[in-house]
Design a protein around this ligand. Structure first.
Ligand SMILES: Cc1cc2nc3c(=O)[nH]c(=O)nc-3n(C[C@H](O)[C@H](O)[C@H](O)COP(=O)(O)O)c2cc1C
Length: 319
């Protein structure tokens, strides 16, 4: 469907998933995704798409994240920019893509939509998207409000729809990859894994924090505004939680959780100036590979896992 070699997709990451990282993923046979809202205007998104095209001739996608912000965002303009620049895969996330489906379908692009609930998987199929990504409770970013893990969500999503399901949340190595495929997913989406890679433009201090972090070093904020977000467990994140416990309003919280703050931290390396998205799978990440090393490592090890399954009595028959 997407014209990629391996069913490995890089999760959109505000500010981080720009040309260098996206092109590296696509060049290594996966699908890179540019996070459109990294760019204050659609014109700047166009420039980034041009730059990405100069770095790869492989397919890549653009993510349009529909989340609460202080300013009105003209999403149509971003979508038009991506389409006019020749991007033919668009991922939507955060809210229903319904208002934009006609625009996307008329342009003939493939649409992926990312959700955290089985109910929303079905709605996405009804709306006509081409593939749906389901993210479990483990995931970085916004894993929804139901606290259901990937191991349960993936097969439920697969059973619920006929379109391909992509699995996200908690996957960083060949074991997670094979497990997701065994659960019925057609591909996987990884955010935290690609966040810790040589091509990711992240300050080394944050990379170091991530390398020593354990699976217990994330926490959920923004539950009070029904927009639960999994982030690094830092003093800053604890402060946001305290504000929520004391009844802070959306207006009071937005300046604390804005994307601009995280962009600042990615550059300065100050982990206590922003809530920084991070998944539980950080506990499985102990090295900083190139994107190609990650992807090829997963594919090679997946074959070894196949051999192990064979040895323990699960003979694989050629279909
Ligand atoms: C630093 C960071 C920033 C992210 N920003 C976005 C975003 O802007 N839009 C979005 O849809 N998802 C965003 N995500 C979520 C990822 O695209 C993906 O769904 C998630 O990381 C998958 O879970 P995993 O981290 O366990 O692999 C972000 C994740 C990380 C780690």
């Amino acid at each position: 469907m997407f014209g990629i070699e391996y069913p490995i997709i890089q999760g959109a990451m505000l500010w981080l998933s720009r040309a260098e990282l996206v092109a590296a993923v696509s060049n290594a046979g996966g699908l890179g995704i540019i996070a459109a809202l990294t760019f204050p205007t659609a014109r700047e998104l166009r420039e980034e798409i041009k730059k990405t095209k100069s770095l790869t001739d492989k397919p890549f996608a653009v993510n349009i994240t529909l989340l609460p912000t202080l300013q009105q965002i003209n999403y149509e303009e971003y979508i038009d920019a991506a389409i006019e620049e020749g991007v033919n895969i668009i991922e939507t996330a955060g809210r229903s893509p319904k208002p934009y489906i006609k625009q996307l379908k008329d342009a003939g692009v493939k649409v992926m939509h990312k959700v955290a609930r089985v109910k929303n998987v079905k709605t996405a199929e009804r709306l006509g998207v081409d593939a749906v990504t389901i993210v479990g409770f483990e995931a970085a970013g916004h894993p929804g409000m139901d606290d259901v893990t990937s191991l349960v969500l993936i097969p439920l999503a697969v059973d619920a729809v006929n379109i391909p399901v992509i699995a996200g949340g908690g996957i960083a190595d060949a074991r997670g990859f094979v497990a997701a495929l065994a659960l019925g997913a057609e591909g996987v989406l990884m955010g935290t894994r690609f966040m810790v890679s040589k091509e990711c433009p992240l300050h080394p201090k944050i990379v170091q924090w991530l390398l020593q972090a354990r699976e217990t070093d994330t926490l959920m904020i923004e539950r009070s505004i029904k927009n639960a977000a999994r982030v690094m467990k830092t003093d800053f994140a604890q402060r946001v939680l305290e504000m929520e416990e004391k009844g802070a309003t959306l207006e009071q919280l937005l300046p604390m959780i804005s994307g601009d703050r995280s962009k600042r931290s990615y550059i300065s390396g100050d982990v206590n100036d922003a809530a920084i998205a991070c998944g539980q799978v950080v506990g499985l990440i102990h090295e900083i590979p190139t994107v190609r090393e990650s992807i090829e490592g997963i594919i090679n090890e997946a074959r070894l896992i196949g051999q192990r399954l064979y040895k323990i009595g699960m003979p694989v028959e050629r279909g």
